[in-house]
Design a protein around this ligand. Structure first.
Ligand SMILES: [Zn+2]
Length: 350
């Protein structure tokens, strides 16, 4: 199509007069077309994640938070559908995932989010410890291509000791699921460095929560995935723990270089800073101190719980401490102080 008939029939003079205007108009419309194309490209870039994601973010059982460049914390939602926190690190040539939640559905949703954010392959999942609320989705990660890395004790505990974790809440379905949990592919009782291309990820063995605990540190982003060595404003589960060792590990977290700028990702609760680590360590020491006092006053069993639980709650009014959790903490602390605490026993596997 040419110019409109009226313009095409114009006399030469008026055509000449119009030429600069027409040139301007063509230039303007070209600029407009280019701008529109750029705007469209920008919109596609912004909304591409939404197009690629079958699950809207509000339907996810966790909240994804970028805590460093390419480092994400996946924080369990308010309904606790994921069961715990997880996270992942995107490196040059692949992705390392930290923990896999409790449910395979939540782990599958995490895999979906990773694929939405990067085309790089999922290469590893590191379990911070054997508890099923952190390892329950391992198979989904393995199916997505990950090698499962864990403390050596996880291999001997993940299918057996998890039964104890649920106590009287265990069901036949849960028993079957625990018995089918995948065993880790790569186990260690020493610190490890995992390289994602040029990106360094440091896996450390630590003491306190189960006897088979790992933390995952990303030095270039100052992010420490603490697993259940840290809980933020939630009463911790002491079932397999040693409060003495645990408080020492949290003191080490606080003494990290440049701790004021470290992002600490807890096993439960929101992303934390060094003050939260101090508060959590204070909570552990309060449990220890209050139970010690109760024991010195000759209190035991229910009387000990009745004396200690209200004082513990009063010291931490903004914490989520259920009666059941408080009673369990006091019982386990009492056993630790009495020297009768049963902890998972390392199996000397080859
Ligand atoms: Zn745990």
């Amino acid at each position: 199509m040419g110019l409109p008939a009226g313009q095409a029939n114009d006399a030469g003079e008026s055509r000449k007069a119009l030429r600069p205007l027409r040139t301007m108009a063509i230039r303007f419309s070209l600029t407009f077309v280019i701008l529109r194309a750029l705007l469209f490209a920008a919109l596609v870039a912004v909304f591409r994640p939404a197009f690629a994601a079958p699950v809207p973010p509000t339907a996810l059982p966790f909240m994804l938070k970028e805590v460093g460049q390419g480092v994400y914390a996946a924080i369990d939602g308010p309904e606790h559908k994921a069961g715990s926190n997880a996270g992942f690190v995107i490196g040059d040539d692949g992705v390392l995932v930290v923990d896999s939640f409790f449910t395979p559905d939540a782990a599958q949703a995490l895999v979906g989010e990773i694929h939405r954010l990067t085309a790089k392959p999922i290469r590893y999942v590191v379990n911070t410890h054997y508890h099923a609320d952190h390892t329950g989705g391992d198979q989904a990660l393995r199916d997505a291509g990950a090698i499962i890395i864990a403390h050596r004790n996880v291999r001997s505990w993940v299918r057996t000791n998890n039964i104890n974790l649920f106590g009287d809440r265990i069901t036949p379905e849960l028993k079957a699921r625990i018995a089918a949990l995948p065993l880790p592919d790569l186990t260690t009782d020493k610190d490890l460095v995992v390289w994602l291309g040029s990106r360094k990820v440091v896996v450390r063995t630590v003491l306190g929560h189960t006897g088979g605990d790992l933390t995952i540190f990303v030095p270039d982003a100052k992010v420490l995935f603490c697993g259940d060595m840290l809980w933020r404003k939630v009463a911790p589960n002491l079932i397999d723990g040693s409060v003495k060792e645990w408080a020492a590990t949290d003191a080490d977290f606080m003494a990290m270089p440049d701790a004021a700028h470290v992002h600490y990702v807890p096993g439960h609760g929101d992303v934390a800073d060094v003050k939260d680590v101090e508060e959590f360590r204070g909570y552990l020491l309060d449990v220890q101190h209050l139970v010690t006092e109760g024991r010195q006053a000759g209190l035991k069993d229910d009387a000990l719980t009745q004396a200690v639980a209200p004082r513990l709650k009063a010291l931490h009014p903004d914490w989520a401490i259920s009666d059941r959790a408080a009673a369990a903490e006091i019982r386990y602390m009492n056993e630790e102080l009495a020297g009768t605490k049963r902890r998972p026993v390392p199996v000397d596997s080859e």
